[in-house]
Design a protein around this ligand. Sequence first.
Ligand code: GLA
Length: 373
Amino acid sequence: MRRWFAPGRVNIIGEHTDYNDGFVLPVALSLGVVCAAGPRADGLVRVSSAQRPGEVVEIGLDDLVAHRDRVPGWARYPLGVVHEFVRRGLPVGGVSLDLDGNVPIGAGLSSSAALCCAVTLALRDLHAPELGERAMIEMAAAAENWYAGVPTGLLDQSASMLCTAGHALFLDMRAVTASTELDHRVAEQIPFDPATHGLALLVADTGHPHDLADGAYARRRAQCESAAAALGVAALRDAGLGDLARLTEETLRRRATHVVTENARVVAVADRLRAAADPRSIGPLLTASHDSLRDDFEVSAPALDLAVSAAVDAGAYGARLIGGGFGGSVLALVDSTAVERTSARIIDRFAVAGLAAPRVFTVEPAAGARRLE
Ligand code: GLA
């Protein structure tokens, strides 16, 4: 069996912009999922996970749809990828997939995208070498959306597939969606190495799982589409601040305000990093993103707000919730020398509030999906 790896991601800025044809700026984590894969002669798909000892799933290629509801939730993601190959008429055969991951689950760090991307890359190399990155991103996302039933955008899979070490990835999601191939004009790698500036990216996993499957994510997406329709634009990416007063329905106006201002913040952060400015200067934009996600998009949660304010009180240059929201993790930009102090402050504040201790760790912009050997 050969092995493939795909990472989770942290989005520096650009939340809920991906499905509005907007801008995102993720980095890949060194945490991810390893998929050991090899063809099988018996035509079955066999899936196992080091995190689910004893729960091996074996299923025929023709039974993937009919038996979907009988397989455990974790196995639906890799099987969803296999199904995506079958559905597209790609020549996938029997295959064994042994999975092992270390991205915290439900932490908003894209553990499921890492899983789906690792499996997609493995099946591409084994069965369909002609598939390009653009198609793989779409297939990994389709597998996840179909099985988990959440209409997410392409941010997480693009980050997992395309990020490179020492860089943030600037993506114009409209260009990604419209392209058949992803070259440097669509996927721009901007050098970003906080450590060389004496900085660290601190992640606090609040332990409050973010569950996007309860409909709140889908509702936000539908509200964005309604707002775009009311403004007469193809997507909120095409709206400007001056247009928003035309939205008479207050909820739609607030949702649109988040998307329009967030896109502007992503562009501003990308500009500063491109100009090799001191990354400390992006801090206020990160915190403004959090405020907007909390007040206008209404996807924050008390534990996320608490972690952000504790980090900022401890001297972080900026902090924000990352990913879809409702729970999960917070990102803070801090001096390398302040990592301990900031972590302690966040943990303290959780204790005072009677909440379980969050898991706090640092991350560095790492490499995207690849074959390991
Ligand atoms: C989740 C989704 C992404 C994106 C983010 C919010 O991570 O999977 O497509 O919409 O939420 O930015």
